[in-house]
Design a protein around this ligand. Structure first.
Ligand SMILES: Cc1ncc(COP(=O)(O)O)c(C=O)c1O
Length: 383
């Protein structure tokens, strides 16, 4: 049996409630929300899930939540949909390519100017540096709530206040925190909040969403059938239809529904505490051991993942040994976050990352600690 420690990429196992809900859905007659299909009741699962997710994040109105294929599509919609002219945008060194690449597209199309605010050796970005980077023509701040490399968290509440003060659109990438850190969107008051379904919300790959603040009106990325105002050849203006052309990912939406119900029944704090306990135990056990370097600080950390390197071993090789000799599934390389390596000292190849689940057992944690130590021990002997 393999030990799966790659929940930062996609969560496994999914709670039984999630797999049961998907199975039940796939075995029933299909429906297509508000559109053709035999079982019209499938429409209600979409709106009830929209409401459930909106309540979970304390969104103001559920129609301001748009379903997407995940964070990447959500961030593309927020970034490409709302910037339509040359301006200045502030982002940080801890972003994922799902932020850098749409921003790069804006550079190519409109010649926008981009400031990438540095982080420290653990991935922490200073609020002061963000505010200092803002100029008269800054239109947007695009920021990761939590680095998928170091687990460093940004103070999004304080950044929201900075954005408000300087009249900038704030886009938050909540991929690594949604479902494991409580988020209150009405308090946060950001313009866009993107989340993915397949990580800590325990949904299927290919689902997620974007919360769009009431005063925002981004241009859609896609156009087509919505099952709403079908007599018109023009895209409807009403939310959420404006942004949901094409057949929705109903199995994904059902999985999100069951995933969020499971989180609420289990308790988000309990889930977080379990992950944090595991990470702290691994940190305490391998820190300082024979050439192991941790890219971790307990201050402002999500407590959900841990990146490290061993001696001179390339991360891919450590990853390979963990998997082939110990049946441990980790992740390695740049993990779609290429800029941070310059600041945390993982150039050029990145690091190895382990990200446990709520379901990871104490035995699996001890086994993993011993496996990492054994690889470090052998590597040191070879030098
Ligand atoms: C920080 C961060 N942003 C964005 C993404 C992309 O998410 P999705 O797979 O939903 O497109 C990920 C997933 O790896 C991530 O970790």
């Amino acid at each position: 049996m393999k030990i799966y420690l790659n929940n930062g990429s996609t969560s496994f196992p999914k709670p039984l409630e999630v797999t049961n809900a998907i199975n039940e859905h796939l075995q029933a007659l299909p429906g297509n929300y508000g559109r053709s299909g035999i079982d019209k009741s499938k429409g209600s699962i979409v709106s009830s899930t929209r409401k459930l997710i909106s309540d979970f994040f304390n969104g103001s109105e559920s129609h301001n939540l748009v379903f997407t294929s995940g964070s990447t599509e959500a961030l593309n919609l927020a970034i490409l949909g709302s910037i339509k002219e040359k301006c200045h945008i502030v982002t940080t060194a801890i972003e994922h390519n799902s932020v850098y690449r749409p921003l790069d597209k804006l550079k190519q199309v409109y010649g926008i100017e981009l400031t990438i605010v540095a982080c420290d050796e653990f991935g922490n970005v200073s609020l002061n540096d963000i505010e200092k980077a803002i100029k008269a023509d800054t239109n947007m701040i695009a920021i990761n709530h939590c680095s998928n490399i170091t687990g460093a968290m940004t103070d999004i509440q304080a950044i929201s206040e900075i954005a408000e003060r300087h009249d900038c659109i704030l886009v938050i990438d909540g991929s690594q925190t949604a479902g494991v850190i409580p988020i209150d969107l009405q308090k946060l008051n950001c313009h866009y909040f993107a989340f993915t379904g397949h990580k800590s919300l325990y949904g299927l790959q290919g689902c997620g969403g974007l919360f769009i603040r009431k005063d925002q009106n981004p241009e859609p990325l896609k156009f087509g059938g919505t099952g709403f105002k079908s007599d018109s050849l023009s895209q409807p203006h009403e939310l959420p239809y404006k942004y949901e052309s094409g057949t929705l990912n109903i199995p994904g939406i059902i999985s999100l529904n069951a995933g969020i119900e499971w989180i609420m029944a289990t308790g988000i704090d309990k889930i977080h505490e379990r992950k944090d306990t595991i990470i702290k135990k691994i940190v305490d056990s391998i820190s300082g051991y024979r050439g192991i370097r941790l890219y971790y600080s307990s201050i402002n950390n999500s407590g959900t993942l841990l990146s490290f390197n061993i001696g001179q071993l390339p991360p891919e090789e450590t990853h390979y040994w963990l998997e082939t000799n110990y049946d441990i599934i980790a992740r390695s390389g740049l993990m779609c976050s290429p800029v941070i390596r310059k600041y945390i000292g993982t150039e050029p190849l990145g690091a190895v990352r382990i990200s446990p689940s709520y379901f990871t057992t104490d035995e699996e944690v001890d086994y993993t600690i011993n496996a990492i130590k054994a690889i470090a021990y052998n590597e040191e002997k070879l030098i």
